[in-house]
Write a protein of this length. Sequence first.
Length: 383
Amino acid sequence: MIYDVIIIGGGAWGCSTAMNLSKRGKKVLVLERGYLAYAQSGHTSAIIRQFYSHEETAKIAMLSLRYFRDFKQKTGFDAHFRQTGLLVISDDSESIKRTVEVLKKIGAKCELLDKDRVKEIEPSISLSNDEVFAFEPDAGYVDPIATVWGFAQCAKGFGAQILEGVKVKKISRQKDWIIESDKGTFESEKVIVAAGTNTPFLIRDLGFNLPIYLFPFPMCYYRRPYGAKSLMRVIFDSTNNYYARPEGESEILVGPMHDEMTYAESSAIAVDKNLYWADKNPDWIGRIDFDLSSAYSRALSIRFPELSEIHPSRDFVPLLDVTPDWQPIIDELPGFDGLFVACGSSGHGFKLSPLIGEIFADFVISGKPPSFARAYSLSRFRM
Ligand SMILES: Cc1cc2nc3c(=O)[nH]c(=O)nc-3n(C[C@H](O)[C@H](O)[C@H](O)COP(=O)(O)OP(=O)(O)OC[C@H]3O[C@@H](n4cnc5c(N)ncnc54)[C@H](O)[C@@H]3O)c2cc1C
């Protein structure tokens, strides 16, 4: 059988795209080497927010957040969206004000708060006088496994085939695209590589070097002191360089903040060859060291004195596929008709997954990048 589209990767991006393509009548096959949500999508913090200074990304995040709110109605499955709000704390008033302006401009709810208002939201929080605060009331988080599962089941309902335990080894072109795997060979008119950190490695044999860095992302979970009511929302604490959110009733999840890069004009972004993916193991997972777990818990307990007794319960350090400007790549590879890549989600792609799937389906069917996706083209990088 020749498929219309084969998607390599059963994460959030692959499954959302499969759902959107099959809904529009395409014969779709998803090949996943492990089980659904085997890599980043199964380890993500799954925070759903719109707080971005990059306007295109903020818009896609806003539309995706609306989709998450209506997920059950749209897919027939539940992503378990919990609307907690996002509190942003920063000592960089210019950058926080800029982002609030972007959100207001696109019509997303977000406001600057004074200390008294922050105290109403988080009564036991400790704040300093040189900090500024913003609150995005619609933000929250979802169950990432349920989300990917929902996309996949909905795709199956529209006729998509999803094969787990099939590892793609090689992509080549004859009349159609030929996908060789450890379980046989498949053929399709178009291919989407949505294989996360493995994407550049799958493309390499075609002689194409994607501008991707593999970036370690240290996560630590802490036991919440019994009965503690602090930190029931998503917190971005840029002053102390971490983000946190509740995980179930008894845990708090903590990860690092990174500076959002400013989007530069087309072709302007040079790629630092020293940070390249080629000498890395895309499936590496590490552990955090004691110093970092202590630094996270110290930062949390200074901010929330009620959490001074928290202790770590588990940790891991996965790799992210990051682009030089921390924005995704959604494009057809130049010189390779019908071969698309969806990668470089740069540590914030889960929240974008509903719209990424829609945008990609449009792109693959029409052959023309939708206006949204232009900001995510490969041509913005100077290789
Ligand atoms: C710790 C952590 C926290 C994060 N927090 C957030 C957050 O709060 N909010 C947010 O929006 N984003 C967050 N992200 C980012 C987000 O999780 C990712 O952007 C998103 O999950 C990427 O989805 P994906 O489908 O592109 O990639 P993946 O989920 O990595 O999926 C790629 C799939 O391809 C499969 N694959 C790879 N090679 C092959 C092959 N050869 N053959 C077949 N299959 C293959 C893999 O097994 C995998 O299932 C976080 C990420 C991490 C790791």
